[in-house]
Design a protein around this ligand. Structure first.
Ligand code: SF4
Length: 291
């Protein structure tokens, strides 16, 4: 849940989730519908699907325990190098460091080098004895993440109170080397086509291939074309929507009809019991003005 999401946002979701699923086994027995409903509003829904798939795999194949070698852990859905290292460090106290942007920045500052100039794996290997000597690797992994987030922050690091400032080359150097941390934003242009009926319903399908919401409930969505080529659809409005690193420019079209394509289902614009991603809910809001 914490991937790309702030702690304050996650807390109510986490509590609700833990209340519903008290054990790994209870999570593994649930289904995608239930899990996504609890996740609704938190975004990055692939995480929820992966978590569910991982719980099922752990119960079935690994007797409800996380495997303790990195190659096996990396086979779990949604677990890459970073998460695998974090899990093995946190859960099994293994000498691992999860290298994310925060950790890279801390190392880069300690050495006063550009982030991309450092071979982190080699650096950790060469300093293994110093880094892991007290055998509290679980604490160390967590401390390093917190240190990057709270003390050695991207902007205005708290060097004055930092326990490492005596040995930090960035702090001691007159020529401080920094790396610009910029988020790569991708702009996309889409046309969205909404079938509506007089019962205040909209037709949605899970058969879409749009990467960021693949297999979730959406109206028809296509790459943007010229308005003049879309004669059978009424143009409602243009609006912008941002999802993670995507900036979406959307032209919204609609058509009132009692017929819908066969692979679509009707959904009410309000009070749906089923999970609806926030992206689709925003579309609901836009078309609601037509009723
Ligand atoms: S002294 Fe400043 S730059 Fe160096 S590690 Fe501490 S907070 Fe980061």
């Amino acid at each position: 849940m914490l991937q790309q999401t702030q702690v304050q946002t996650v807390i109510p979701y986490f509590n609700k989730f833990r209340k519903k699923f008290k054990t790994l086994r209870s999570l593994s027995k649930s289904n995608e519908k239930q899990v996504l409903k609890l996740w609704e509003g938190l975004g990055y829904y692939r995480r929820a699907r992966n978590l569910l798939a991982t719980s099922k795999l752990l119960v079935k194949k690994y007797d409800s325990k996380l495997p303790n070698n990195i190659e096996e852990v990396k086979k779990l859905p949604g677990v890459g190098e970073y998460t695998a290292n974090a899990l093995l460090g946190l859960i099994y106290n293994q000498p691992k460091i999860a290298i994310d942007g925060n950790v890279m920045r801390v190392f880069a500052r300690l050495l006063n080098k550009k982030k991309e100039k450092i071979n982190y794996e080699r650096l950790i290997l060469l300093n293994k004895k110093k880094l892991f000597h007290i055998n509290r690797n679980a604490d160390f992994v967590e401390a390093l993440m917190e240190f990057g987030a709270l003390i050695c922050k991207p902007k205005d690091p708290k060097c004055g109170v930092c326990c490492l400032n005596k040995s930090c080359k960035y702090f001691r150097s007159i020529r401080k080397i920094t790396t610009k941390e910029k988020k790569v934003i991708k702009e996309m242009n889409y046309d969205i086509f909404c079938y509506l009926n007089n019962n205040k319903q909209i037709a949605l399908t899970k058969e879409n291939k749009i990467g960021f919401l693949k297999n979730f409930n959406l109206p028809e969505i296509k790459n943007m074309r010229k308005k003049s080529t879309l004669k059978n659809w009424k143009f409602l409005k243009n609006y912008k929507n941002s999802i993670s690193n995507l900036k979406l420019n959307i032209n919204l079209y609609y058509k009132f009809s009692n017929k819908k394509p066969s692979n679509y289902n009707w959904y009410f614009l309000k009070n749906n019991k089923e999970f609806i991603p926030s992206f689709t809910k925003k579309i609901f809001k836009q078309v609601s003005i037509l009723f």
